[in-house]
Design a protein around this ligand. Sequence first.
Ligand SMILES: Cc1cc2nc3c(=O)[nH]c(=O)nc-3n(C[C@H](O)[C@H](O)[C@H](O)COP(=O)(O)O)c2cc1C
Length: 178
Amino acid sequence: MQIQDAIEKRRSVRHFTEQKVSEEDIARILKAGTLAPSAHNQQPWFIHVVENEDLKEQIADQLEQTGEEGIQNTARIIKEANVLFVVFEEKTELSVKMQQQSIGALMENMCLEATELGIGSLWIGHILHCEKEVQKIFHEKRKVACALALGYTEKFPSPRPRKNLKDMIKIHDEEESE
Ligand SMILES: Cc1cc2nc3c(=O)[nH]c(=O)nc-3n(C[C@H](O)[C@H](O)[C@H](O)COP(=O)(O)O)c2cc1C
């Protein structure tokens, strides 16, 4: 698959089948993530790869307790996912912005690699609503960054709308006057 295809085909997948993601594919997705650029090449991430149903349930239970509909839907997705990567922030000297941008690059690389492999992915920020509980579940002192749900799907969503490019950019060409 060409990179352009992967970029265009990637979707946030929220329904997964029971088909198992192979260890080989999990390794490929992780590898793609770690090839992402990071500020000062600090690679400020640590990933717990969760295949264990009980652990996924524990995380989902915590999200369910928030009582908010959108977050509860994410909890359902976490339970349904075949694999869940829970991404923590490795402690570095980077600023918060540099740290977060680096983790964003890791995440997008993993989403694109999953797309290339025909595997659905969902980038999950809702996990931050129960950061302390998640740290406890994993016996982690590192801060929680986000999570990535992975699995095969039969429900590929249509593309979500995007703003018009012209409303998001400003070109400064040679003809621009002061
Ligand atoms: C930082 C970040 C956090 C997100 N958190 C969640 C989440 O917790 N639950 C969820 O269902 N979707 C989550 N999403 C997915 C977005 O809703 C989705 O990317 C957006 O609606 C565009 O749809 P698309 O990814 O299919 O293009 C998140 C995406 C990003 C980049």
